[in-house]
Design a protein around this ligand. Structure first.
Ligand code: 9MR
Length: 630
């Protein structure tokens, strides 16, 4: 008896020591590490052992003793050790070794390690363009015919329009996700996020080439791409200022290429949330596009102002999915955060006190500071306020900063006792978990811009590392990037184009503990970060979406831009063009007079002043309340 027991134990032990099942493993960012940034990998099963990093000539460059393994709840009970190799600060290719055996994937360290993924994640928006053919010159093997011209869009009864024969031109815009719908609410946060990426990193993005049809003009490519969507968003505004909620077919199409989806498309619903979203984004766009296209800037400012008036007068116009329609809903019963955000953007570009009323109506202290998403836009207002201290009153700024730092510090706290070094919690693993990750990264970048404290930048880097492979599934959730990347996204063109590889640069939704589609059998409540299925049947874990790619592009783009330029956004920067946006009613009466784009906000004699040039070329100065200064 005793002998058998000892023998069995010995046998088990010897099997254990050679079985690949129990070999140590390492999960890491599979794309690359920016030379100056934090570099880490999560190692399972090697506690106390030495990991040696070798360069491409096989020379040892660093030895790290694997620290104590710790559990990270979303990964389940697999304890991991965070191995830090930030000390390697020379560009090149490296490999980690344990007991002389390679562990993990090849390690790429480069000054521009995030440049390609920034490009690809932005190029995604070109691939999502509705109403145009994608030519080989720009789309390569993913060239395709034009789909959804949307030049004769019908009005669904839910818009309140009664003329059933009437149509309007709702062309352009980006497809929302794996489906071909266009939704204003989701376009709002996505477009804002990309506009902020540009605004905060202008120097880096000025010459950033996306190889799109507009690349040869004098406008930064990222702005050209965003313009494609803005042009569409503006078409969704009704004459009375209200904004239609979405433009879709009545039912989701089959898995076909865009040109094959020829069912009638409708403007559906007219909602307060869509109106606030357009107001917010159009206001920001007015300022950003002003140096390139004044007419467009005026058009945006006017649209923003009109949408605001409509929303104020229609606060109860929440979107409800009409009977007979099954496309995405993006319905949101609480439009206050959108109202705050839109008025914040309008105030930023105009300093018109009428927009600051919102801060009295909803005192900031009562805000629910929650992570930004299509549903919650408080943080978007906070980003705008905190990065524009010259514009907003001190108490409003203090609240916005408090919002950002309370979110950011909670994110940092989640790194305590966390073997993967990934600042995500179990609750983050919902529908589109990768977007919660990326949006957390966006909060962290703002905390860094405001404080210049490295810890925030490092945590943002950790989030990108998670998305690009430092996760328990050892997968890169960005299509086309990484040794082991998502291959079967729920994305109609990628499914229907007959090409094996999906369109590159798309961020899939990621693990979702509430997946109720074909991924439900992979759901693990005690290891939520494993609740993922790389199969196109899983819209709940493997779909792509504009509001997921946008924050990812924001974070990788910001990290790369900060490293390349050695600079972060100067929060003393005031809008290039301080616009007089009328409150909508006045604007209607005399548009041209109300909206003048010529004024400029400057710092003079140590104070912020408005500089206006009159018709005779005479320059006059005003304080920000409009009082003339001699
Ligand atoms: O991102 C949306 C997520 O928050 C919701 O839980 C989910 C179900 O309503 O819908 C997601 O949005 C989808 C939209 O409704 C239609 N286009 C695809 C979007 C991504 O899955």
């Amino acid at each position: 008896m005793e002998f058998t027991k000892i023998f069995t134990t010995a046998l088990t032990l010897s099997v254990l020591s050679v079985s690949p099942l129990f070999a140590a493993t390492a999960d890491q960012n599979q794309v690359g590490f920016i030379t100056k940034s934090q570099k880490q990998m999560a190692v399972v099963g090697a506690e106390g052992k030495d990991i040696v990093f070798k360069n491409s000539s096989g020379k040892d460059v660093l030895k790290v003793t694997v620290p104590k393994a710790k559990v990270w709840l979303p990964a389940g009970d697999t304890a991991a050790s965070l191995v830090d190799f930030s000390e390697i600060t020379t560009e090149g290719n490296y490999q980690a070794y344990l007991n002389d055996e390679p562990i993990g994937h090849p390690i790429i360290i480069a000054n521009n390690a995030f440049e390609d993924v920034t490009k690809a994640s932005l190029k995604f928006f070109y691939f999502q363009r509705a109403s145009t053919a994608l030519t080989e010159e720009y789309a390569g093997i993913y060239a395709r015919a034009a789909g959804h011209p949307d030049t004769d869009v019908k009005y669904h009864a839910s818009t309140g329009k009664t003329d059933t024969e009437a149509t309007f031109d709702g062309s352009k815009g980006w497809y929302d996700a794996g489906d071909y719908g266009k939704y204003i609410v989701n376009s709002g946060i996505s477009t804002y996020t990309l506009l902020q990426l540009y605004q905060q990193n202008k120097e880096y993005f000025k010459k950033f080439n996306l190889n799109i049809p507009e690349s040869k003009n004098d406008i930064p490519d990222i702005l050209d791409e965003i313009r494609w969507n803005l042009d569409w968003m503006l078409t969704m505004q009704d004459d009375d200022g209200g904004v239609f909620h979405k433009l879709t077919t009545l039912k989701f199409s089959g898995t076909v290429m865009p040109e094959k989806d020829v069912a009638a498309r409708y403007a559906i619903g007219k909602s307060v949330t869509a109106s606030w979203n357009l107001a917010a984004v159009a206001a920001l766009a007015a300022e950003i596009y002003s140096p390139y296209d004044k007419d467009f800037a005026v058009k945006c400012a006017t649209a923003a102002s009109k949408a605001r008036i409509w929303a104020l007068n229609n606060e109860a116009a929440l979107f409800e999915q009409p009977a007979g329609v099954n496309t995405g809903t993006y319905s949101d019963g609480y439009p206050i955060d959108e109202e705050i955000w839109a008025n914040t953007e309008l105030y930023r570009i105009s300093k018109n006190p009428v927009f600051a009323d919102v801060f009295k109506k909803y005192p900031f202290k009562k805000f629910r500071w929650v992570l930004q998403s299509w549903q919650y836009t408080y943080a978007l207002a906070a980003f705008t306020i905190a990065t524009n201290p010259e514009i907003f009153d001190t108490d409003i700024q203090d609240s916005a900063r408090a919002c950002i730092f309370s979110l950011a510090d909670t994110i940092l706290n989640s790194l305590d006792n966390n073997g993967y070094g990934v600042p995500l919690l179990e609750e983050d693993f919902n529908w589109g978990s990768n977007s919660f990750a990326a949006n957390k990264g966006m909060v962290l970048i703002h905390a860094y811009i405001l404080s210049k404290e490295e810890k925030y930048l490092n945590a943002a880097t950790a989030i990108i590392d998670y998305i690009l492979g430092r996760n328990p599934l050892n997968i890169s959730y960005l299509t086309g990037y990484g040794v082991n990347s998502a291959k079967n996204p729920h994305h109609r063109p990628s499914q229907a184009d007959g090409i094996d590889e999906p369109i590159p640069g798309m961020l899939v939704g990621g693990p979702n503990y509430s997946a109720n589609d074909c991924a439900s059998k992979y759901v693990q409540y005690d290891a939520v970060a494993r609740s993922y299925y790389d199969n196109s049947c899983s819209y709940a874990t493997n779909e792509v979406a504009i509001n997921w790619n946008a924050p990812f592009a924001y974070v990788v783009g910001s990290l790369q831009a900060i490293s390349t330029t050695g600079k972060t956004y100067d929060i003393k920067t005031v809008p290039d063009h301080f616009m007089e946006v009328a409150d909508g009613i006045k604007a209607k009466r005399n548009l041209q007079k109300q909206i003048s784009v010529g004024s400029k906000l400057i710092i003079r004699n140590g104070a912020v002043q408005v500089q206006k040039t009159d018709r005779d070329g005479k320059i006059q100065y005003f304080n920000v309340s409009g009082k003339h200064i001699r």
